[in-house]
Each structure stands twice: as C-alpha cells, then as structure tokens.
Ligand binder design. Structure first.
Ligand code: COA
Ligand code: ZN
Length: 314
C-alpha cells in the first residue's frame, strides 16, 4: 500500500479558536494520545502574540514538555515573524511553520502586515530557521478563496508557493483556510502546483465548512498529493478568517485513505481515545463525518470482546 503522511494540527489550529482554553498538561495529553494512535507529526502550538491568540500563550511551557515526553514525534510550531522564531528556538523547537496568506487583506487581518512585507518576513524567518538547523514548513493560506477578497487567483498562489520553495521551505502547505474549495478546484490547483513543486514538499490543509473536506482530500490524492494536514475530531477554525469552520477531521481522512488503498499508520480506535479526551475537556461534542459510525464500530467490537463464548450461546 502506498503511504500518505498526516500532520495533526489539532493542538494548534484546533485549540487556537476554542472558547474553553486548555492548560499545557491537557494539551500534552492530547498530543500523547495522538502519538499513541500512530500520528507521527503534529503542529503542537504557535509562538504568536498572546494578545492575538491567548489560547497559545503557553507555547514556551508546552513545547519542552512535548519534546521530553515524545522525543520521536515530529513536532512543528507556527511562527509569524522573527520574534516567534526566537521564542520557538529558545523553547527547543526542531521545526517551524511560517504563515503567508495569498491576499493583501488576509495578511493584514492575520499578522498585521501587507502581502509584500509578509512575504519578506516569511523569507527572512525561513532563512534564519535554516541557519539554526531547524526543519521548516510554509503555509500559503487562503489559497482558494479569501473571506475578504473572494477567489484567490491561482497565479498568485503559484507565485507565493514558488517564493517559499526558493526560500528553502521543506514543506509548502496549500491551505483552504475557510473551507470553501470544491474537489474540481482542488484537483486543478494541486495539479498545477505539483508541476512546480516536488510532491514530497507539497502538502494540503483543508477545512470542512461546506462538508467537502474529505472529497477535497480525495481530489488532492488524485492530483498526486500525499501529505495532508488534518485535525483530530475536526477541531478547528481560524479566529481571523470569518466563516472558517472545523478542519478536515483526521479520522475521516484516515478512514477514507485506508478504505481507498493508502496506508496512514494511524489507528482509528486510538483517534477515538483522543476525541473522547478532547471532547470532555472542551465540553462540546467533537468528531468528523464518520464519528457516529466509528463509535458504533467500537461498541460492537467491545461488546463482542466482552462476551464469553458461553454467554454468547445463551
Ligand atoms: N510572539 C509574541 N509576542 C510577539 C510576537 C510573537 N511572535 N511578535 C510580536 N510580539 C509582540 C511584540 O513584542 C510587541 O509586544 P509589546 O506590545 O509588549 O511591545 C507586540 O507583540 C506588538 O508587536 P508588533 O511587531 O507591532 O506586532 P503586531 O501588533 O503588528 O502583531 C503579530 C503582529 C504577527 C505578532 C500578531 O498579529 C500575531 O501574533 N498574529 C498571529 C495570528 C495567528 O496566530 N493566526 C492564526 C494562525 S494562521
Ligand atoms: Zn487551518
């Protein structure tokens, strides 16, 4: 079976937008449950202004806890600027992600910079991270539609992705930040991008606002994409992008991929453990499209395991 690689972004993209703020120990527990489920990469937190995103104010406390508990886990952190990189490096980060939106207005709203400045800051941050020996990712956000400017021109997405590639980003993550893409659009855009960027460096980040995230993931697979961001339980949304709903749920992606002949290395039962925990802590129901079915499957397995042969025949 061909493998796909999944980065679970729930600890950052998921938790950054929740009304209930989790403490560092609960965040660590969530990451531990993800790792126990077989997830090999997470986006653990972000080193952004605590005024902008108070949910991530404990990044410097959390990251060393995660590294100590799970030394083999690939663990990326989002940094919007050089100050974020400095803070991440001081906390022992091994991998950072910069975030560049493909429109003027979205950069202004998200990181208080225009497009040109945001591009230069991302390039400088990538260069400085590489000089420190860190692995790097670069998000190209609002790569399909922008909540402020409408459909984002593909030529602009391509131009920025190529600039991030030239700046040495190890992985370029094309993000449907508000979850407005459709499968046709994903297939077309990812095919064009895959001609310019090596597939092992190209990833897609999807949201499920319109119920199309799994279909979009399939379209990306058809376009040759093998690297995905997803969020366990579909927890997610961007506080600066109006209308952005939850992310592509990791369990939906794993189920779709495994049923379609791709190996993920991730256990659905393990993901259910993580969802149960996050749901209890965030005090609201979580889960992607397949959650009810997954829970029923688990109940069936549990009840058949708990039934001894004698009682089964009575
Ligand atoms: N981490 C923590 N503090 C930071 C910081 C960082 N990465 N970058 C800047 N700051 C601090 C500055 O030190 C300054 O602090 P002070 O008021 O105590 O002096 C303050 O923030 C303002 O600095 P400035 O450079 O003027 O930033 P800004 O107000 O223009 O905000 C960002 C820019 C990028 C820091 C802010 O918009 C941000 O953190 N955005 C993140 C958005 C996000 O996480 N979106 C979701 C993920 S895509
Ligand atoms: Zn997102």
């Amino acid at each position: 079976m061909e493998a796909i690689h999944i980065t679970d972004v729930a600890p950052r993209d998921g938790l950054q937008n929740q009304p209930v703020h989790l403490g560092a120990n609960d965040k660590l527990r969530l990451v531990q449950l993800l790792a126990a489920a077989g997830v090999r990469s997470v986006e653990a937190t972000s080193f952004v202004s605590p005024k902008a995103v108070p949910q991530m104010a404990d990044a410097a406390e959390l990251l060393p806890l995660v590294h100590a508990a799970l030394p083999a886990l690939r663990c990326s952190v989002l940094v919007p600027n050089l100050k974020g990189l400095e803070r991440a490096h001081a906390a022992g980060a091994a991998e950072i992600a910069v975030v560049l939106s493909a429109t003027e207005t979205m950069n202004q709203r998200n990181i208080n910079m225009g497009l040109e400045q945001a591009t230069e800051v991302s390039e400088r941050t990538l260069a400085a991270a590489q000089a420190l020996g860190l692995r790097t990712r670069a998000y190209v956000a609002v790569a399909f539609d922008c909540p402020f400017e409408g459909e984002t021109p593909l030529a602009e997405v391509l131009r920025l992705a190529q600039r991030m590639q030239a700046a040495g980003a190890g992985e370029i993550v094309i993000a449907d930040t508000i979850g407005s893409a459709s499968p046709g659009m994903v297939k077309e855009r990812m095919r064009v991008l895959a001609e310019a960027i090596a597939p092992e460096r190209l990833a897609i980040h999807l949201h499920d606002t319109r119920g199309m995230a799994v279909a979009n993931a399939w379209a990306a697979l058809e376009a040759g994409i093998r690297r995905f961001d997803a969020s366990v339980g579909g927890i997610g949304g961007c506080p600066f992008a109006p209308g952005a709903a939850g992310n592509l749920a990791t369990e939906d992606l794993v189920l779709m991929a495994e049923r379609s002949g791709f190996a993920t290395g991730i256990s659905l039962d393990g993901l259910l453990e993580a969802i149960d925990f996050a749901q209890e802590r965030l005090q609201r129901p979580l889960g992607g499209r397949a959650i009810a079915w997954l829970r029923r499957q688990r109940e069936k397995t549990n009840s058949s395991n708990n039934t001894s042969p004698e009682t089964a025949t009575t």
